[in-house]
Design a protein around this ligand. Structure first.
Ligand SMILES: Nc1nc2c(CCc3ccccc3)c3nc[nH]c3cc2c(=O)[nH]1
Length: 375
């Protein structure tokens, strides 16, 4: 089994160009990872997701443990086989989703007891059970079980959640090693918490850096805080994490967020926006965002972007896309999701090329001009 590895290939300031090696192939970084919460990138065939250039898709312990259950996915050959995605899969540990989706939940030192939002059945997630589930799914890059304290919150509340997450980091790591994760070429991330409190963020990162995680995630952000707060947390946290290991900023973000975060040393991103916005008629393009619900597109024969290599952007008129969205036709969601994921993958390709060429600051200025005002 090929061991998991992350190679740092080039730097341009604090921006990094790297490559992940997993049991299901390589991942060029900085990378954007489409969200596939229930074993599918909504409204897209896996072949088309791969054609956009995506090399990792995201799955979710919370959703898959409830339905169809991790044991059933394992019996059917694991998540790669189940969803016909041959490349790398990263899974979240479920804690974040429990706190936002589950009905009735109680959080203790042991873990989180909750009722399913689907049928009210009782469940318990602990660091050990979360890692076991990620192992049953066959996840290549797994997340520790953590608690994401929503902002705004008191310093006491933020500190309580950050220290609990550190204790859960130890328990997650122990179970991951008991299950032989490293020998299977799998990776486990420690997740930095600490809210918007810089001292707590630095302590969380420093404590996690002492544990043998294959990579690190920055949690507790992209929960509604201003971009300036998110970037300030990165400025203080990233220098404390090992340079030679990958950094994943959870839930981020807009094209502008991504460029500003790459500039500070983030390697991996995920965000529901391109898929969710696509289903609601919003198209990301090189010219900015276009709302296809708007009647001004009703007679426009031009495609979203004639120069795009994505058929959804190049071959269909805005008038037709407007019609599909207005009528609620499934093809509308499919084409706009395809366009948006392609746009994000094109952005990541341009970012990687700019770091390789040492021209990242020029790309950053260009994105600033296009997206900062559109925010
Ligand atoms: N475990 C965890 N997940 C988070 C997610 C979900 C990312 C995710 C991963 C894989 C699949 C779906 C979602 C966040 N999304 C926005 N902000 C987020 C913060 C956290 C966090 O602090 N901890």
């Amino acid at each position: 089994m090929t061991p998991f590895a992350f190679q740092l290939l080039a730097r341009d300031g604090a921006a990094r160009r790297g490559r992940l090696f997993t049991a299901h192939g390589t991942v060029e970084t900085p990378a954007f990872m489409p969200v596939g919460t229930q074993g599918t990138v909504k409204a897209m065939f896996p072949e088309d997701v791969a054609q956009t250039g995506a090399e990792v898709v995201l799955g979710n312990v919370y959703h898959l443990m409830l339905r169809p259950t991790a044991e059933r996915v394992a019996r059917l050959g694991g998540l790669h086989v189940f969803m016909r995605w041959p490349k790398t899969i990263l899974t979240d540990s479920g804690g974040f989703q429990v706190m936002s989706l589950a009905a009735l939940r109680s959080l203790t030192e042991e873990g989180v007891a909750f009722r399913s939002h689907l049928d009210g059945s009782r469940h318990m997630l602990t660091p050990e059970r979360s890692v076991e589930i990620q192992g049953l799914l066959g996840s290549d890059i797994q997340m520790q079980f953590d608690e994401c304290v929503r902002l705004p919150a008191s310093r006491e509340e933020i500190e309580r959640g950050m220290r609990l997450s550190l204790r859960w980091a130890e328990r997650s790591r122990r179970r991951f090693e008991e299950l032989g994760g490293p020998a299977k070429g799998q990776a486990l991330h420690g997740i930095v918490q600490g809210g918007d409190d810089i001292r707590l963020r630095i302590e969380s990162a420093a404590e996690l850096a002492r544990m043998p995680f294959e990579g690190y995630s920055i949690g507790g952000l992209a929960v509604g805080e201003p971009q300036a707060v998110m970037l300030a947390v990165l400025d203080e946290t990233l220098p404390v994490l090992p340079q030679e290991k990958q950094r994943y900023l959870m839930g981020v973000g807009t094209p502008h967020d991504i460029v500003e975060s790459v500039a500070r040393g983030i390697d991996m991103f995920d965000c529901v926006m391109p898929t969710r916005a696509g289903r609601h008629g919003l198209a990301y393009t090189r010219f900015g965002k276009i709302n296809l619900k708007n009647a001004k597109h009703a007679d426009d024969p031009a495609p979203l972007d004639p120069e795009s290599d994505c058929p959804a952007a190049r071959d269909y008129s805005r008038a037709y896309l407007h019609h599909l969205i207005k009528t609620g036709e499934a093809l509308g969601a499919m084409l706009l999701t395809w366009n948006n994921i392609s746009y994000y993958q094109r952005l990541m390709r341009d970012i990687r090329a700019a770091i390789d060429a040492g021209t990242f600051e020029a790309l950053r200025a260009e994105m600033d001009a296009l997206w900062a005002k559109a925010a």
